[in-house]
Design a protein around this ligand. Structure first.
Ligand code: MTE
Ligand code: CO
Length: 427
């Protein structure tokens, strides 16, 4: 029987290299990992690294797991000059560092009007009042005892996402141009369940959702939408909501602008008309060229962006490369994404991989060969309603340039011969 020591030696990296002949440079002409490009031995191959020599930290050394220390750059970022302070501000999702369709909880962009409310769930209540048969108050425990619990993946996009780009290319990186979007699994119950429990009176046509933070955020939502697919959710991606995302309870308003997804949800009032709160009059309305404003632009239209390559993620190698990006639509599921490398003259259909669920983010790829030529990269999303993502200029024709909200125009990245990418526009 082999001793434990011998067994270990047999698996030792050096003996493995000796046994396979890889330790002798040049034995395998077709695989050249032993010598670096300068012709010197590559220490990543020839040296035994510390992590292979020493014991690592034991279990529970990080009771709540964190990403590798080598991923420190994968963080939410803000744009200092965008807002006067950090409490009424926004941080952006690092889209160029992510893959697949789910946003990790710690990287979801944040948008607060009065900072993060730290709510004690034992003291949190959800009140239902207004045009109801019964006014009701629920604790978190009450909510978690309701039948009909659901799990749904939905994107949330702030109406101000890409808002800086209305009048021309501004910010250099998809994190900043498109990073006010995230896509997570929500667990909760349909809002309809609660409204049915309280009994909506026949003249009840609207709901008002109110947050418990000091901004006292309120939004009016038509009863039809509230009954159709809105949720009150307490979990994201399988664990409790993060404080930043509205712990312990948030409203989920699938496909509609992020502002309506009231965080730290404390009250639902039923009324017979909209309230015309600040966030649906002075804010989140689109001022058109003729001075009129679009009222209640709730649905987020189909949009996409190439996340790699992009200004924060340049091309590093010629030859085979993987282009990737994300797409979403508030009108249904993403059915197709086309990609252009010549600024929209020619298009090819990207490969979708992963689920393409309604009102949830989809992922696309184009596997391509780069010979070092300049590229003008664009992506164009199509959804199950037949809607096609417009160019920025098409959008400006209809909406002018006064608005900062609801910009879903096609993004262009110029990739230079050295692989660096820049936010540009093509006419
Ligand atoms: N809810 C409350 N109570 N307070 C807020 O400031 N911000 C809104 C919305 N809900 C906000 C809120 C806005 S403008 C957006 S875009 C989303 O929450 C952002 O959600 P997130 O922070 O989870 O990304
Ligand atoms: Co918002």
């Amino acid at each position: 029987m082999m001793s434990e020591k011998k067994a270990h030696d047999a698996l030792d990296r050096r003996s493995f290299l000796r046994a396979s002949g890889l330790a002798g440079a040049g034995l395998f002409a077709t695989s050249a990992p032993v010598l670096s490009q300068q012709g010197k031995p590559d220490p990543a191959i020839t040296d035994v690294q510390d992590w292979a020599r020493n014991l690592g930290p034991g279990v529970v050394s990080s009771p709540y797991g964190k990403p590798s220390e080598f991923e420190k750059h994968v963080i939410r970022r803000d744009v200092e000059w965008l807002t006067a302070g950090k409490e009424s501000s926004v941080s952006f999702t690092p889209l160029h560092e992510l893959d697949g369709v789910i946003t990790p909880n710690g990287l979801c962009f944040e948008r607060h009007h009065s900072g993060i409310a730290h709510v004690d769930p034992a003291k949190h209540r959800l009140m239902l009042n207004g045009l109801l048969d019964r006014q009701m108050v629920f604790t978190m425990d009450d909510l978690k005892r309701f039948p009909g619990r659901q799990n749904r993946a939905y994107f949330l996009e702030c109406a101000a996402n890409s808002g800086m780009e209305w009048r021309g290319a501004q910010l250099n990186g998809c994190q900043f141009t498109h990073g006010m979007v995230h896509n997570v699994w929500y667990t909760g119950i349909p809002l309809k369940t609660l409204l049915d429990e309280a009994g909506v009176k026949t003249n009840g046509k609207w709901i008002l959702a109110e947050g418990a933070d000091s901004s006292g955020m309120t939004r009016s939502i038509p009863l039809d939408k509230a009954m159709k697919d809105c949720m009150v959710a307490w979990a994201m991606n399988g664990e409790a909501l993060r404080p930043e995302q509205g712990y312990p309870l948030r409203l989920v308003v699938p496909g509609w602008e992020g502002n309506m997804w009231v965080k730290w949800l404390r009250r639902i009032e039923v009324g017979d008309q909209p309230w015309h709160a600040r966030e649906e009059t002075s804010k989140y309305t689109d001022l058109l060229a003729d001075g009129r404003s679009r009222r209640f632009t709730w649905i987020m239209d189909a949009k996409s962006v190439i996340t790699n390559p992009s200004p924060q993620a340049p091309l590093k190698h010629k030859g085979p490369n993987v282009l990737t990006g994300i797409a979403w639509s508030g009108r249904g599921s993403i059915t197709r994404v086309d990609v252009s490398i010549d600024g929209g003259k020619n298009w090819r259909t990207a490969r979708m991989d992963g689920p393409s669920m309604p009102l949830s983010m989809a992922r696309f790829y184009v596997d391509f060969d780069w010979n070092g030529q300049e590229l003008l990269l664009q992506s164009r999303a199509m959804d199950s309603s037949g809607y096609v993502q417009p160019t920025k200029n098409d959008l400006r024709q209809v909406r002018g340039t006064n608005s900062i909200y609801h910009n879903n125009g096609i993004q262009t990245w110029l990739v230079r011969a050295n692989g660096e990418a820049e936010n540009v526009e093509v006419s």
